[in-house]
Design a protein around this ligand. Structure first.
Ligand code: FES
Length: 269
């Protein structure tokens, strides 16, 4: 065992909240529907652990309590592995002094943490009500057929993972497709097929709105709190999203001032 508690070539033993090492057993039961990749042992290398620990130290410095850094640290693991593995959960638990159960509870609650390997581009087709009736269901079916994969699966070249997504608050541009959480608006089955073909060819198009596309691991690092200064490099909100704002401005209307300690919110405001 090393000075930081790591076993050679493995992850440090997880804490049980009292500082004692917990018994290391597999945390995630193998689900045969997830395929062999999900069951394969995929330990974080010593180098990867070191990178995560170094970046984690920067994240921890931003918070008053270590456990507040849990979500960014899970993104750091995802940035290394393309998903949050059981080893990643043990490492995060060790860094934060949490139990693996506590870390697992968060990693399994939020859908932006992937629990099995993800492709370079996570293609999410909104099939929530408005997008669905305007063509989202047809787009999803077209991509399933075109790519030869089902919901949650990845193309054999590792380029595209396809999934249903819920409303991304872009209903004014329905039906929308998200690639690594950037918007591709007003899609059709044909435009979506062309989109994934370009992703697989290594020629990612610019999103309709948002920053230039980055890979899934790059975007995970960004979400961990390490900006790449590209946030304003692409188109911002479009006219449909700003219609209400423009109307209010033309009428001279404005939102009431935000209440402060000296000027509390008025009754009924
Ligand atoms: S229903 Fe698809 S973005 Fe809202």
């Amino acid at each position: 065992m090393t000075a930081n508690g790591a076993t050679p070539g493995g992850v440090p033993p997880a804490h049980d909240g009292t500082g004692a090492a917990a018994h290391r057993t597999p945390l995630i039961a193998f689900d045969p529907r997830l395929g062999p990749a999900a069951a394969a042992a995929d330990p974080l290398s010593a180098d990867a652990q070191q990178r995560i620990r170094e970046r984690a130290a920067q994240v921890l410095a931003r918070y008053p309590r270590p456990r507040s850094a849990l979500m960014p640290l899970l993104y750091l693991v995802q940035a290394e592995q393309g998903y949050v593995s059981a080893d990643g959960i043990r490492l995060v638990a060790d860094i934060l002094g949490l139990t693996t159960a506590e870390v697992t509870a968060v990693a399994t609650f939020y859908t932006m943490y992937r629990r099995r390997p993800c492709g370079r581009y996570l293609v999410g087709v909104c099939t929530n009500t408005l997008c669905a009736i305007l063509g989202g269901d047809a787009i999803f079916d077209a991509l399933r057929e075109h790519l030869g994969i089902e919901n949650g699966e990845t193309t054999p070249d590792g380029a595209v993972t396809l999934e249903h997504i819920e409303c991304n608050a872009a209903c004014d541009y329905a039906p929308v497709v998200m690639v690594n959480w950037e918007f591709f608006d007003n899609q059709t089955p044909a435009s979506a097929r062309e989109l994934v073909d370009r992703l697989r060819a290594g020629d990612p198009p610019m999103p309709t709105r948002g920053a230039p596309l980055r890979t899934f691991t790059e975007i995970s690092q960004l979400l961990a709190g390490f900006p790449d200064d590209l946030a304003d490099a692409g188109p911002s909100a479009g006219p449909a999203s700003l219609a209400g704002l423009e109307l209010a401005r033309s009428r001279g209307e404005a939102a009431p001032p935000f209440p402060t300690e000296n000027a509390p919110r008025e009754e009924g405001a």
